[in-house]
Design a protein around this ligand. Structure first.
Ligand SMILES: NC(=O)c1ccc[n+]([C@@H]2O[C@H](COP(=O)([O-])OP(=O)(O)OC[C@H]3O[C@@H](n4cnc5c(N)ncnc54)[C@H](O)[C@@H]3O)[C@@H](O)[C@H]2O)c1
Length: 450
């Protein structure tokens, strides 16, 4: 019996347009870093696709960029939506993430990127004054305008392929309603201008309708709704999210599995942060913070699995705070106090003080997500991509299944899928050589027969 080989992975040649709703600190730090890496003056540290490796068939580690047919940095083009109307250089300067030399080097490049006017619904976003927005009022018209923007941006970039990585501010926590439960209900809700359809959902809808894979880097529900998952499947597009796993939560999903592996008990985990960037200002609105709190608080339950060890984890108290503190800008500081207990119940404490840089940790994730989502699309993968959980605070999971939060388990899932794709790619590269060798042998045999 002949085994069916999977369809070939579509070529990575030609430009890939990365569309960024939300041209803020993370988006501009990401674009600046890509441009500096292309010039060889900025190292893409923290990026799996640029620095990581995969074992080849013989167990030899091969750079990921060689093992997989990823889009190349030189082939990336950028487009964005925002509501502030500022070009990327102005945003980068105001965000104070990059130092002067980096900023000066990329300023002319960044200043050429102006955002397309975004869709703004004031009731879901406080603490920000919009300047340049889409003037249409009806949600159906707004969705069509966003679709038109995607088509225009792809045409301008001469890009047959695009991916959207969603990076707008955190919306106030939204209710899921009947309008979100199926694609048909969502379409009807758009037609009647249903108030429960928010901008973050419109961006996801417009991208998917235009055949563009979508990742949600924010705590917003955006693509994380049954209606939009249905659309992704219908359009054969991969989707991933939500909320980039960067500072404190990254550490939680590293330390937590370690304590669990040693079967040490945890009575409490108190996490607090100070943060002074725009994201912090938006999260100062308690309703927006509730969205963030939901994605930050979910991580410990699946790591500790208290049902298996109630004596160790059932009384765990998990508290998360974010405090807006302007002097700190993007240089977030997180404190964690962990109350744990060991042999015969003796108590101990662990303190973690992470002085991080929010956008510096987030930018490489945006790059990896964009490249891997494009690869997934070219490989024929569609719907939610659980193997991309590695990058997210609140990863997607199939209905009825718990999301995986343990960073090492997430890495294993990621490597399994990527190794499979690398094997497919290697076979694809070998096939023309094998066919050529067969032709040579046949020609040689025929010649020998005279
Ligand atoms: N920095 C991190 O480490 C990190 C980690 C995880 C998640 N995130 C999330 O990523 C997002 C971006 O973070 P940031 O630090 O770049 O914030 P930011 O405030 O610098 O940028 C967000 C941008 O979104 C824009 N925006 C708001 N509503 C919009 C709309 N309706 N349409 C288009 N644009 C809109 C804002 O004007 C702003 O420019 C936030 O939701 C944040 O919570 C950031």
């Amino acid at each position: 019996m002949q085994s069916m080989s999977p369809a070939p992975i579509v070529s990575n040649s030609g430009p890939l347009l990365v569309i960024l709703p939300g041209l803020g600190a993370v988006a501009t730090t990401f674009i600046a870093g890509v441009e500096l890496a292309r010039r060889g003056t900025g190292a893409p540290i923290g990026s799996l696709t640029q620095l990581g490796s995969l074992p080849d068939g013989l167990g030899v580690q091969t750079p990921m960029n060689t093992a997989l047919p990823l889009a190349q940095l030189d082939d990336l083009a950028f487009a964005a939506w925002d509501i502030h109307g500022e070009d990327a250089a102005t945003v980068a300067k105001r965000s104070e993430v990059l130092h002067g030399a980096h900023l000066a080097a990329v300023e002319p490049f960044l200043s050429r990127l102006r955002p397309m006017p975004g869709v703004h619904h004031p009731e879901v976003l406080q603490n920000l004054e919009p300047v340049d927005i889409c003037r249409l009022q009806h949600r159906r018209e707004q969705a069509e305008a966003l679709r038109e923007d995607v088509r225009r941006a792809q045409k301008q970039a001469h890009a047959d392929r695009a991916v959207t990585v969603f990076l707008t501010s955190t919306e106030r926590k939204q209710r899921e309603t009947a309008a979100h439960q199926s694609l048909a209900a969502f379409e009807k809700a758009l037609d009647r201008n249903d108030a429960t359809i928010t901008p973050t959902q419109l961006y996801a809808y417009a991208s998917l309708k235009e055949g563009v894979p979508f990742a949600n880097g924010t705590p917003n529900n955006s693509v994380n709704l049954p209606a939009l998952h249905e659309l992704a499947l219908e359009m054969c597009l991969p989707v991933a999210g939500r909320d980039l796993k960067t500072g404190q939560t990254l550490m939680k999903t590293v330390i937590g599995p370690g304590l669990r592996a040693r079967l040490l008990g945890v009575a409490g985990w108190f996490s607090t942060n100070i943060l002074g960037n725009r994201d912090g200002a938006v999260l100062d609105d308690q309703e927006a913070f509730r969205s963030k709190e939901a994605t930050k608080k979910g991580v410990l339950d699946s790591i500790f699995q208290k049902e298996e060890h109630p004596e160790l984890y059932s009384s765990l108290s998990h508290v998360v705070n974010i405090n807006y503190y302007p002097p700190r800008g993007d240089q977030k500081e997180g404190w964690d106090n962990i109350d744990l207990f060991g042999w015969m119940g003796y108590p101990m404490q662990m303190k973690v003080n992470f002085l991080c840089r929010d956008s510096i940790l987030a930018a490489p994730l945006v790059l990896d997500i964009a490249l891997l989502l494009d690869l997934a699309h070219r490989s024929g993968m569609s719907g939610m991509q659980e193997w991309m959980s590695f990058f997210f605070k609140a990863p997607m999971s199939q209905p009825g299944l718990d999301p995986v939060h343990d960073l090492f388990e997430q890495q294993r899932m990621l490597n399994t899928v990527l190794s499979g794709l690398a094997a497919r790619h290697a076979q694809q590269r070998r096939e023309p050589l094998v066919a050529e060798a067969r032709t040579t042998v046949r020609t040689g045999t025929a010649a020998a027969r005279g």
